[in-house]
Design a protein around this ligand. Structure first.
Ligand code: MG
Length: 259
C-alpha cells in the first residue's frame, strides 16, 4: 500500500501540471496525499476486517462502510464527481463507472491475497461496489493480480504475459509519452501504469516513469507504485517521507497503531 501512497503523493504535484520527463523533484512543498491514498487505505481497512473475520460472509458491505466512513473525513481530497455523491449519499449502489478509481485503490487486494486468483477476486469485489462497468472491474483485477505476482517472485516477463490477457501493452513509454493526454478511464491509464512498472529499474525509477507519461499523474503513479513497491520493496527514506505526509489517523489505519 505504501507504494500506492508514495506514487499518489509524488504525482500530486504533476496531475494538473504535467511534466513529460523523469528528472523532476521527487518531493516538493506542494506534495500531498489525495483520494488515491485515502481510498487505498479504506480498501486496506475493509480487507483487514474481512480477513480477520475469517474471510466469511459478504465483503461488499464492509467495503462500502469503510470507504464511506474514511472517505467522508476527506471531502476535498480530489474525488471524482460521481464518487463524491456516492461517498456522501445514502444510496450504496454502484454506478457503472470505468474510471481509474477502482484500480488506484486496489493494492491491498494484491498484498493480502493468498493466490493470484484470490487477488483478482478481491480486486473485482473492491471495484464493483462503485465501478461495476466491465472496464472498471478489469482495471482493478489487473492491478491486484500484478501486485500479487510482483510480491510473490514472478518475474516481469511472467507479469507482462499475464497482463497481456487483459490489455494489449503494445506501446513502449517512449511511444506513449508524446501523444498521451489526460484520461481517467481504466482502459486509458491502467495499461500505461503497467508499462511504467515493466520498463522500470527500481521503485523510484518506476514512480518517475509513471509521472513522465503525463495525464492523471498521481493515479498513474499510485497504480505503478503499488506494483513496484511489491516487486522491489520501497527504500526506507522514501517510505519515511511518504508517511510524513500522512496525518495521524491515516497512519494509524496503515500501521494498526493509534498514535
Ligand atoms: Mg488523486
Amino acid at each position: 500500500m505504501i507504494g500506492a501512497v508514495t506514487g499518489d503523493i509524488v504525482g500530486s504535484v504533476y496531475e494538473f501540471h504535467n511534466i513529460k520527463r523523469t528528472d523532476f523533484p521527487f518531493w516538493s512543498d506542494g506534495s500531498r496525499f489525495t483520494d488515491d491514498t485515502v481510498m487505498t487505505i479504506a480498501v486496506y481497512s475493509a480487507l483487514k476486517e474481512y480477513i480477520s473475520g475469517g474471510r466469511q460472509g459478504d465483503l461488499h458491505p464492509i467495503l462500502i462502510r469503510k470507504m464511506k466512513e474514511i472517505g467522508r473525513r476527506y471531502p476535498d481530497c480530489g474525488y471524482g464527481g460521481r464518487f463524491i455523491k456516492w461517498i456522501a449519499g445514502e444510496d450504496d449502489g454502484p454506478y457503472n463507472s470505468y474510471g481509474n478509481g477502482s484500480a488506484m485503490r486496489v493494492s491491498a487486494a494484491g498484498a493480502l491475497a493468498r493466490s493470484v486468483q484470490e487477488a483478482g477476486e478481491l480486486g473485482k469485489i473492491s471495484a464493483e461496489v462503485t465501478h461495476d462497468h466491465p472496464e472498471g472491474i478489469k482495471g482493478a483485477v489487473a492491478v491486484a493480480e500484478a501486485v500479487f505476482m510482483a510480491g510473490h517472485g514472478y518475474d516481469k516477463a511472467e507479469i507482462r504475459q499475464a497482463m497481456k490477457n487483459l490489455y494489449s501493452l503494445d506501446l513502449t513509454l517512449d511511444e506513449i509519452r508524446p501523444h498521451y493526454r489526460f484520461d481517467v478511464s481504466c482502459q486509458g491509464s491502467v495499461p500505461q501504469a503497467l508499462e511504467a512498472f515493466l520498463e522500470s529499474s527500481g521503485f523510484e525509477d518506476c514512480v518517475r516513469l509513471a509521472v513522465s507519461i503525463g495525464g492523471d499523474s498521481d493515479t498513474i503513479a499510485a497504480m505503478a507504485g503499488s506494483i513496484a513497491g511489491a516487486y522491489y520493496g520501497i527504500p526506507e527514506d522514501i517510505k519515511a517521507q511518504a508517511m510524513s505526509h500522512l496525518d495521524r489517523y491515516l497512519i494509524s489505519l496503515l500501521t494498526g497503531e493509534s498514535r
